[in-house]
Design a protein around this ligand. Structure first.
Ligand code: ZN
Length: 383
């Protein structure tokens, strides 16, 4: 895979619903991921599956072996088809209990950094998770692809906090090279998730470590591939607002399509069942806050509008000067469980538009491609 000046990493957070799963795991995750892989293959894009291995461990603990087997086979299949598989951890699974035909878990376990009574205990639990995940994926995949390595991580719920320094040390010591959890500008405060990425390093890519934390960069450590997200200009916010406000009228005249919500038959997320916002605000305050933040992330599940995806990516990629000797790596994401045919069509439109606009400056790769690039000797400068 050749590295271009701008490299898109398309990834799916490969996981079940946290609230309820209303149809089979195969229909929720395996079939949807298969469609996603096929769509990517048609566009010659590698897909990275950030596989929530913790659910697999817990299903096995309760002797529920069909789902773990399906996941393992799909991960192997993905590699055979040129895609990538890396680690995603949702720690609420670690102590989840299966009773009366359903999973129960505590939302207090939602973030890795909250596990353990102190930093040392947390470090030990987290390092064991990272190492076990890496070993499992390599045990599954190396027999068919000997050079496969599990080297990248995305935190469940983007939870690289709290205790980010502990988590970064555990990642490094477990043999990971890359993190892809940071959404620059994101702030999320609910009773199960607390994320603040408003002060992260102002660069496309950088190293972070147990010394630097998330607000400074280090000369070595874990290489960050942020998820493409940015504060948008006011004009864009107004355009989006008007479009949303009048969407019912626009739909009536077939100017925009109905949003495909068929995924709602598959299950429900924790956000709609167990979590509530911690800070209560008046409607006016939250509107003013939104106007001030104007923050967008390139999550295909969030906004069914290829124009919005494109404008977000363009704005993000024109934010900092590009150094031709330093390729840019940026992630865009989706979730298999909420993927629909409509989103696949919009993704195709978005990607084709990106290709038209950025031309040969835009390439695609996966996380093993980034690792190979980081390990390759630096190119000689022409100067
Ligand atoms: Zn997740």
């Amino acid at each position: 895979m050749t590295i271009a000046p701008l490299n898109m990493l398309f990834s799916t957070d490969y996981e079940l619903f946290f609230g309820s799963n209303d149809i089979s795991e195969k229909e929720i995750l395996i079939d949807t991921t298969d469609s996603l892989m096929r769509a990517c293959e048609n566009l010659e894009i590698p897909l990275t599956l950030f596989c929530d291995i913790t659910s697999v461990w817990r299903y096995k603990d309760f002797n529920l072996n069909e789902y773990p087997e399906l996941v393992k086979n799909q991960c192997i299949d993905a590699i055979k088809r040129g895609h990538d598989v890396q680690t995603h951890i949702h720690p609420h699974w670690l102590n989840a209990v299966f009773e009366n035909d359903q999973w129960n878990y505590s939302t207090e376990d939602f973030l890795l950094g909250n596990l353990g009574k102190n930093d040392l205990e947390c470090f030990e639990i987290v390092k064991e998770c990272f190492t076990r995940a890496k070993n499992d994926f390599e045990d599954w995949i190396k027999p068919i692809a000997p050079d496969y390595e599990c080297i990248a991580y995305r935190a469940g719920g983007y939870g690289l906090q709290p205790r980010e320094k502990v988590l970064l040390r555990a990642l490094k010591e477990s043999g990971y090279l890359i993190d892809s959890s940071v959404n620059p500008g994101m702030k999320m405060m609910s009773d199960n998730n607390k994320i603040d990425f408003t002060n992260v390093v102002s660069k496309y890519n950088y190293y972070i470590s147990e010394k630097s934390g998330l607000t400074n960069e280090d000369s070595e450590g874990i290489f960050e591939v942020p998820i493409c997200s940015t504060k948008m200009p006011l004009s864009f916010f107004v355009y989006e607002f008007v479009k949303r406000k009048y969407s019912r009228i626009l739909r009536k005249f077939n100017l925009i399509a109905d949003e495909d919500l068929s995924w709602k038959k598959r299950g429900r997320g924790a956000s709609s069942s167990k979590s509530k916002l911690l800070i209560k605000k008046s409607p006016l305050m939250s509107r003013l806050d939104k106007l001030n933040e104007r923050w967008y992330t390139l999550n295909l599940n969030h906004r069914s509008d290829p124009e919005v995806f494109f404008k977000t990516a363009k704005y993000y990629l024109e934010k900092y000067p590009i150094d031709s000797r330093k390729p840019v790596f940026f992630a865009i994401l989706t979730h298999s469980k909420t993927m629909t045919d409509q989103q696949l069509k919009y993704f195709e439109k978005f990607y084709k538009k990106m290709k038209r606009y950025f031309g040969d400056n835009l390439g695609v790769t996966h996380y093993r491609g980034v690792a190979n690039h980081l390990r390759s000797p630096p190119q000689k400068s022409n100067r």
